[in-house]
Design a protein. Sequence first.
Length: 307
Amino acid sequence: MAKLRVMYRTLVFGAGGRVGSRLAAHLEKEGMEVVGCGRNACDLKDLKALKNVLLSSGATHVVNCAAVSGLEACLDDPETAHRVNAMAPEMMARICRLEGMRFIHLSTDYVLDGRRGGLKTESDKCRPVNVYGESKLEAELRVREEMPEALIARVSWVFGNPERPSFPEMVLRKALNGEPLSAVADKWSMPAWVEDLCGWLRFLAYESDASGVLHLCQSGEPVSWHGYAVTALKCAVKHGLLPSLPPVAEQKLDEQAGFRDARPRHTAMSCERLASLMERPVRTYEEAIDLAVARYASDPTFLSRIS
């Protein structure tokens, strides 16, 4: 394996983001050569510049973690969302196909039909309800058309990078500061621990030729934001971050004043195909949250890093 690693050079787009930054660090720790490309290195709206970056990178593998992911940002500027989220991945797929690079593009559960409950498989219907989801579904279609052997990895509710805090980190911060807590209880998905996610992506990049759409998330039953918050807080009590479990008020999705674009309610994904590819079970989201919170409890800088 050591000899093979020398041959690999992985270009990671979105290397300054929640997933891309951890993925670049993870691959480097595993001995891979990584070229990180963040916003300052390449404006993904500039397709000519993007093409030049790809052709000059010397990469054998390309992982696209970059996106305009803010729903209201996409609503306010759909042209930028279209170029970054759909046209840029299409260009990546085209160059990767022509140059023989392995290409993994990160997508989202927000492309799925969110009208019914339960876990969604890769073959279930897509029906995005917002500009962000529409741009990401367009990317999936463009990538598959341009490069059928590419892998489209849908991810959801990524947590575990305190440098880029997400929902559970912010809930813990508020709880540790004694602030009142509340969370939406009528929207469901499936969390993904960034540490597991990086391991899955490493496996899929270097040890698998899987193509098409693949769901990357923890196992378990669909959980609401409220359930997500309570799980993280219970783990915080278990590991000594909190003396007792604080109350978490239940909110309704339709009552969120800051949400100007629609959110799908039911987008929890099944990870059965992932487990089959790896030939081992996928950790449950409860286990993953517990491991992440245990790390936070052992880190005296945790609170200051997410403030």
